[in-house]
Design a protein around this ligand. Structure first.
Ligand SMILES: C[S@@+](CC[C@H](N)C(=O)[O-])C[C@H]1O[C@@H](n2cnc3c(N)ncnc32)[C@H](O)[C@@H]1O
Length: 285
């Protein structure tokens, strides 16, 4: 399967073919509720739809492995909740936790270039969620891989490194040693990850929901080890697989729709897509 890169089929059938405990990272953007012509899963039934995939991913995940899911809220367009935000994302998160997935973090994917429009009594959607779940108590996580440039200038960094009164207990009770603040090669980017959305960016890959490479890059780099196995069970145009291979991971994707399979295989074979890897930066920088 690894040689194929993108395997055609339903992930619910393909996931059990992965050896138990073999996957370091499942990174995926599943079909969102009710959204696209290729899925049409009603938000009321979304959790029920997703759970069999989550169970199979759990079996295939290594003890130090993770499941990272990019998902988006939606507004209910019918039923009792019509016009309100539907709670399916939160229901899913709670069910996954009940299943035994350890809820490690909620990231906000901030989209500085989200498309404006008419959305009723609300602003445009300019973020999506990325939920990090882990199989075990000590998941792999490499913060150094996603550090961003410090905001302070070189003079301030030099001054801080020489600060003889570096360790001070603040009113809040923290005794942080400020002389060590700038010794880590970059700042912690925080859990709001700003990556511009790229719209229909892949020539020949007319996938309507392709994610930007920068999003995959962030999570592949921090949540999987080099040489590890990254799997995207809802591979679409193959973004996860392309990016994971670029960063020296083994990678595999499953995709239900044949057109996308061919397009994604071409993209994986070329080893690159049209949008350059995004420059990661903390929000506000
Ligand atoms: C949101 S898109 C993923 C986009 C992808 N991240 C990219 O950058 O191109 C979800 C994909 O899941 C695929 N899909 C839906 N149900 C599936 C299933 N049961 N098994 C495998 N793929 C499925 C859809 O065809 C769609 O391409």
């Amino acid at each position: 399967m690894l040689a194929e890169g993108i395997v055609h089929g339903d992930a619910v059938d393909l996931l059990p073919k992965l050896p138990a405990g073999s996957v370091d990272l499942f990174f995926t953007s599943p079909p969102y509720a009710d959204a696209r012509a290729y899925s049409r899963i009603h938000p009321d039934r979304y959790v029920e739809w997703f759970l069999p995939y989550a169970e199979k991913m759990m079996v295939a995940t290594a003890e130090t492995g993770s499941l990272v899911v990019n998902i988006k809220n939606r507004v209910a367009n019918r039923g009792a909740l019509k016009g309100q935000r539907h709670p399916y994302v939160y229901q899913l998160v709670l069910e996954l936790q009940q299943m035994g997935w350890r809820w490690i973090e909620t990231y906000i994917w901030s989209k500085p270039n989200a498309v404006p429009g008419k959305f009723g009594p609300r602003t445009k959607d300019s973020f999506e969620y990325v939920y990090h779940f882990a199989r075990g108590e000590r998941p792999f996580f490499d913060l150094d891989a996603v550090r961003v440039p410090y905001k302070a200038d070189a003079a301030e960094i030099a001054r801080r490194n020489l600060d003889v009164n570096g360790r001070r207990t603040t009113a809040a009770g923290f005794g942080r040693d400020r002389t060590k603040t700038y010794l880590r090669g970059g700042a912690d980017p925080g859990n709001v990850v700003s990556v511009p959305q790229t719209y229909n960016q892949h020539r020949g890959v007319s996938h309507t929901a392709a994610m930007p490479e920068g999003l995959a890059e962030f999570f592949v780099r921090c949540a999987s080890p080099k040489g590890g196995l990254v799997v995207d069970p809802f591979a679409g145009s193959g973004t996860t697989v392309v990016v994971a291979r670029r960063y020296d991971r083994q990678a595999l994707g499953f995709e239900l729709h044949e057109d996308y399979v061919h397009a994604a295989r071409d993209r994986v074979a070329a080893g690159q897509a049209d949008d350059p890897a995004a420059v990661l930066r903390a929000v506000g920088q």
